[in-house]
Design a protein around this ligand. Structure first.
Ligand SMILES: NC(=O)c1ccc[n+]([C@@H]2O[C@H](COP(=O)([O-])OP(=O)(O)OC[C@H]3O[C@@H](n4cnc5c(N)ncnc54)[C@H](OP(=O)(O)O)[C@@H]3O)[C@@H](O)[C@H]2O)c1
Length: 322
């Protein structure tokens, strides 16, 4: 039996749809009853017999901050897609990020080993990649660098990945995917893209790697059903600068406005102000130096390794920016 963690999330719910298309109804983890509606909504958009299919899902309640709830979720499981995770770039969320993304993954890996799971497909992130200042291209071999500034999110995803590598050393059959920013219906980035469509003109000039949700799910499915083991794969279709994204979305929204670059100095001023407010006990800070500098970096993230392992071509990004 397959287990999908994070089944109620963006990536997890699309994976649930893909599995349902193949008449596979896995054990799906949830925390809140209402969040199951995300999966129901996607099923309704895709299947004429949506409710019948939805009812075949075996829902189990579990939380990555409550390890005992995870033990019972593993009963009868042979394969695992680990899509659960907490996404936040805020400094104030550092502890929560480490708890869910790193410690939670460590416990999941232990359970996979205990239950002799046949295969684990683990969703990491490009945030867990190294960022060697001497190279303009980042790929799966770029070494992690503790010295450069990183967000708490990056540390938590890297920490989670390290736990999977530890599991692999201990005999676990696992593969890791490192998606860039994932585009698709209801994606975490959709709200920001929508703001551009409605006329937001401000951008930061750095670049980012983007990939479509269908591509991510296709790769995860193929990897689960392959003999590939002990590999990590960056999933990035194309690299776009913040300026190009802003211009494209304004075009899509029929807004004939020029775009304006946010000065780095302004963000550092806000960063200092936030430190002051935190010192006065008024609010916890959000911005980190790492977050600011990453918005100004123009690195290319190379996602082509996966194409030499499975039969797969990326979907171009422009059609998804609509
Ligand atoms: N979206 C992207 O662009 C992107 C890019 C690269 C990597 N990723 C990685 O992909 C994974 C999934 O991302 P997503 O976009 O699907 O995020 P999402 O929409 O926020 O979904 C996160 C999922 O994780 C679950 N979750 C969060 N905290 C949990 C906890 N303490 N215990 C159990 N489940 C918990 C959520 O459950 P609830 O419904 O109960 O909140 C939800 O199902 C994350 O690990 C993220 O780092 C995402």
């Amino acid at each position: 039996m397959i287990l999908v963690t994070g089944a109620t999330g963006f990536i997890g719910s699309h994976l649930m749809c893909r599995l349902a298309q193949k008449d596979i109804f896995p054990v799906a983890l949830f925390r809140y009853e209402s969040n199951k509606n995300r999966v129901r909504g996607l099923f309704e958009a895709q299947f004429s017999d949506a409710e019948k299919r939805f009812e075949k899902i075996i829902w189990r309640k579990a939380d990555f901050r409550d390890f005992s709830s995870l033990n019972s979720a593993f009963e009868g499981i042979t394969k695992v897609y680990h899509c659960a995770g907490y996404i936040s770039l805020a400094h104030k969320d550092a502890n929560k990020l480490l708890e869910i993304n790193e410690k939670g993954s460590a416990y999941l890996v232990d359970l996979c080993l205990t239950y002799r799971i046949e295969k684990l497909v683990y969703v990491s992130s490009i945030a867990a990649m190294g960022n060697d200042p001497t190279t303009a291209i980042i790929d799966e071999n770029t070494p992690w660098d503790n010295n450069s500034d990183k967000t708490p999110y990056a540390y938590s995803k890297y920490g989670g990945e390290i736990e999977v590598w530890r599991g692999i050393q201990e005999g676990l059959n696992a593969v890791i995917v490192n998606p860039g920013i994932v585009l698709g219906t209801d994606s975490p980035i959709a709200k920001i893209l929508d703001r551009y469509k409605k006329g937001l003109r401000w951008f930061t000039p750095g670049s980012n790697g983007y990939v479509g949700i269908k591509d991510v799910i296709e790769v995860m499915d193929q990897l689960m059903n392959s003999k590939i083991n002990g590999e990590r794969f960056i999933l990035v279709s194309e690299n776009w600068t913040g300026k190009a994204i802003a211009q494209q979305m304004l075009r899509v929204g029929n807004r004939n406005k020029g775009v304006i670059c946010i000065p780095k100095g302004l963000l550092y001023l806000l960063w200092v102000l936030e430190h002051l407010l935190q010192a006065l006990g008024l609010r916890k800070r959000f911005l980190t130096r790492a977050m600011i500098s990453s918005q100004f970096e123009k690195k290319e993230i190379d996602g082509k390794k996966i194409k030499s392992f499975i039969d797969f071509e990326y979907t171009p990004i422009e059609g998804m920016l609509c």
